[in-house]
Write a protein that binds this ligand. Sequence first.
Ligand code: FES
Length: 199
Amino acid sequence: MSGRAEAGGSFAFTAENLKTAKALVAKYPEGRQQSAVMPLLDLAQRQLGWTSPAVIEYVADFLDLPAIRVWEVASFYTMYYREPVGEYRLHVCTTTPCWLRGSDEVVRVCKEKTGLDFGETDAEGRFSLFEVECLGACVNAPILQVNDDYYEDLDAARTAALLDILAEGRPPPAGTLAERLNSAPEGGKTTLLEAELPC
Ligand code: FES
């Protein structure tokens, strides 16, 4: 995302994003263009850095919707930031599967290392911290989403190391931080061990 912006400013898509927005709206059937509200909010947020009141008004005008309909969407989903946020947005999942797998420790380390509570952004604009519901990656719980990337199989030490690397501006490759491939068992496969299965 590009930089932070002051509240209350005006908003308009760049020429390139205007083209993208029109292409997004065109994907919906005639009369259903209003369903493009979520991708348009996402596009606007990626341009401005957050979903400001001006963004909401602009998207509402773009789709010929009452502004309240866009506010409802923007205020429901945690992926829309209604205040300026930092360079790295830390979204800690604390829903049951992540909690059972140790998300309390992920939360503790995130709070200790950044000095932030949920919903806060540091003065340097480096980190913002959020608590979120299930991110749909429970198989590799617990999960910390950083911007668009998922970091998986976390514990206290892995979380601390990840935050140190982010603080240096060097985000590591996304995915599991355990010794396994994707969601395969640690230590290698335990089933389907035959080299070739008959078709
Ligand atoms: S509960 Fe955390 S990803 Fe599903």
